[in-house]
Design a protein around this ligand. Structure first.
Ligand code: RFL
Length: 405
């Protein structure tokens, strides 16, 4: 119900979702499908969220989830299944056909396309998203109804009163900080490693995902579409973008990705570059009274294993089930269990990402006496075992492709 006054809008709903990223939109669609009343409030404009290029690798179980609920049309039409990745080290290629080990595949389909598809579906079915409405205050978490206050560029105020708030507003959002620090514990790790994340409007030199372990540092090549490739270059964690001219980027990629002679990189316009600091954070529990966090709002993970968006969608699925169960039966048991259900998967994924970090960087250990040559030998053995030992490769494949554990 909406009462509009000159500058104040007041609406009432069952579930208010803060953030129109992958977590918020999957949750909104799942609730909408079951007839649960919900609205989404989003800080940015629609054009902005639909063009934010980030992830691109969708795990097998998330592909299955999107298909099961009928959210996968765009991915099925335009996504590309992947079953092999390639490591490069010491002048050798290590092809890992992970898909064959577990009879499953990844899909490469850029995050901004998923967001576009989900938004289009939600809105076309009558869903309401308040774009350019940042949530600025959360109240009433301890009472019968919670209230979110949002502002908008037209200087109006929106108040959303609800039974539950889903905090899907990412790592910098408001929801996480609305939980009293005495009721949560934050676990975090800084790896002391940076990645220069680059988006280039060029086809990649191979269709596979490439992880190159070079003496000068890691380099990655991740195809996104036939015309767009994401590249990564290891760099100091707080490196300045001004140190990275386009010429230096292409030359460093060519050197680090080369195996025998020069890497035949197709050079072209670099449309985005940013320095990422390799760090991971998990908040426990992921809920407080009427507020439930999902995705990056509750945990972030280094982009090394390409897991952040997948975890976000997985949380949204768990939260949707709990809310649907509650609104059908009045039984709060699944809501109470929400964090206990999500966290084991979050921690297994963190463990895998930590393992991957050690595999692809020679200086990932906190040990002060880092011996890069020693680490390098260990990395070589790990790659050989991935190629030669079926059980080792299968364990990697299960985590990498994202099977339900
Ligand atoms: P999002 O996508 O950050 O969405 C949160 C939304 O909340 C809005 N918001 C607010 N709205 C209202 N009021 C407020 N006060 C608000 N504050 C924030 C924001 O505008 C935004 O729209 O969180 P969500 O849904 O949890 O999804 C998480 C994923 O986006 C993230 O984990 C991934 O992008 C991480 N990630 C990758 N994940 C993968 O699974 N596979 C990958 O290959 C992968 N590659 C990546 C990545 C992240 C990267 N960056 C930029 C950190 C590559 C990169 C470069």
């Amino acid at each position: 119900m909406m009462n509009s006054r000159s500058l104040l809008k007041h609406i009432s709903t069952q579930a208010a979702i803060v953030g129109a990223g992958p977590a918020g939109l999957v949750l909104a669609l799942l609730l909408q499908k079951e007839g649960i009343d919900c609205v989404v409030v989003e800080r940015q404009s629609r054009a902005y969220v639909e063009s934010r290029a980030r992830a691109g690798l969708i795990e097998h179980q998330i592909v299955e989830l999107l298909r099961k609920h009928g959210f996968s049309e765009g991915m099925d039409l335009n996504g590309v299944p992947h079953t092999t990745c390639e490591f490069r080290h010491g002048g050798r290629r290590y092809m890992i056909p992970y898909g064959d080990h577990v009879h499953a595949s990844h899909f490469v389909y850029p995050q901004q396309f998923i967001v576009q598809d989900l938004l289009q579906l939600f809105i076309s079915r009558g869903g309401i998203v308040f774009f350019s409405h940042p949530a600025v205050k959360i109240e009433g978490l301890e009472s019968d109804r919670a209230v979110i206050t949002c502002t908008s560029s037209e200087n109006s105020v929106l108040k959303v009163e609800c039974d539950f708030i889903a905090g899907c507003d990412g790592f910098q959002g408001l929801c996480r900080s609305s939980i009293p620090s005495t009721d949560t514990k934050i676990f975090s790790k800084q790896y002391g490693i940076g990645w220069l994340a680059i988006l280039a409007e060029v086809p990649s030199s191979t269709k596979k995902l490439v992880y190159a372990l070079h003496k000068s540092g890691f380099a990655g090549q991740m195809p996104r579409t036939s015309q767009i490739t994401r590249y990564y270059l290891e760099c100091p964690p707080n490196d300045q973008l001004s140190n990275w001219s386009d010429d230096r980027i292409w030359s460093e990629l060519g050197k680090r990705l080369a195996v025998d002679g020069d890497e035949n990189l197709i050079q072209g316009p670099i449309v985005e570059k940013r320095v990422l600091n390799m760090r991971s954070v998990v908040m426990e529990p992921m809920q407080y009274k009427r507020l439930f966090l999902a995705g990056d709002a509750a945990h972030i993970i280094t982009p090394v294993g390409a897991k952040g968006m997948n975890l976000a969608i997985s949380d949204a699925d768990v939260l949707a089930n709990a809310l649907i169960h509650y609104f059908r039966s009045g039984d709060e048991v699944l809501l109470r269990e929400y964090s206990h259900v999500c966290l084991p998967r979050v921690w297994k994924t963190q463990e895998f990402s930590d393992w991957m970090i050690r595999l692809i960087h020679s200086n990932a250990d906190s040990d002060q006496n880092k011996d890069k040559d020693f680490s390098d030998r260990l990395r070589q053995v790990r790659l050989e075992r991935l190629q030669q030992t079926d059980t080792y490769a299968k364990l990697f494949a299960e985590s990498y492709v994202g099977l339900k554990q």
